[in-house]
Design a protein around this ligand. Sequence first.
Ligand code: OAD
Length: 238
Amino acid sequence: MSRALEEGRRALADAVRPVSLSGAGLSAESGIATFRNPRTGLWTRFDPQVLASPEGFAADPDTVIGWYDERRRQLSQTEPNAAHQALAVKTDMVHITQNVDDLLERAGATNVVRLHGSLLADRCHGGCGFAADVDLANPPGRWTCPHCGAAMRPGVVWFGEVLPPEAWATAEQTAHEADVLLVVGTSAVVYPAAALIPLARSRGARVIVVNTEPTDASDLADVELIGRAGEIVPRLLG
Ligand code: OAD
């Protein structure tokens, strides 16, 4: 075992308030595309301003809803991978995630803080507060809010929108209190999520980064492990 892996293992074993911060790379080995991979990334194949913004939704709701429903059907056919499973087994860990899939929960994780919402629910775009679970395998398509008649939309955060205030407050507090922050599969370029890494570090947390390549989090890492989450995370936590 490499010295860095051993160092990370020890830090996590000794942690009193361990926290994970994950991104799309955590679910990549389950077959879900990441956002910024230059060949397969969603944002290199699709324009985020069209598919993931209030303006895009207003301009072409059919395309936006169709794209999310396709991702939902895809998610219904995927399974948690070894990294999700290993994280879920660590029951004292808080899992802050940017992912909108439910693979951590399906692996058994209970303490999940969702910064960017979830594909598993629709909510009223008019802001009346109505929300409803959706069946991933049979997503609803376009529909209107039964309470106020506004359009329903995926329960995710779009560009230009604020993060769910409660989730963000919990994430900030959790990062503040963490003694080890395990950063898995994120490019760490999207804020405010990425700000949790320097925040935790400034409060004394040791930062362990797992990624297939160096990222914006590399300079903040006490331990950096380059490789696939499905291989490294189980070894860190096993
Ligand atoms: P990105 O696509 O920006 O980054 C994914 C990261 O995962 C990259 O750094 C990859 O190197 C790494 N990676 C890929 N496969 C991996 C593997 N098997 N093991 C470990 N690492 C791997 O995705 P995010 O950082 O999650 O926001 O992006 C953040 C946000 O940007 C998303 O939540 C989404 C997007 O726009 C919204 O939609 C609001």
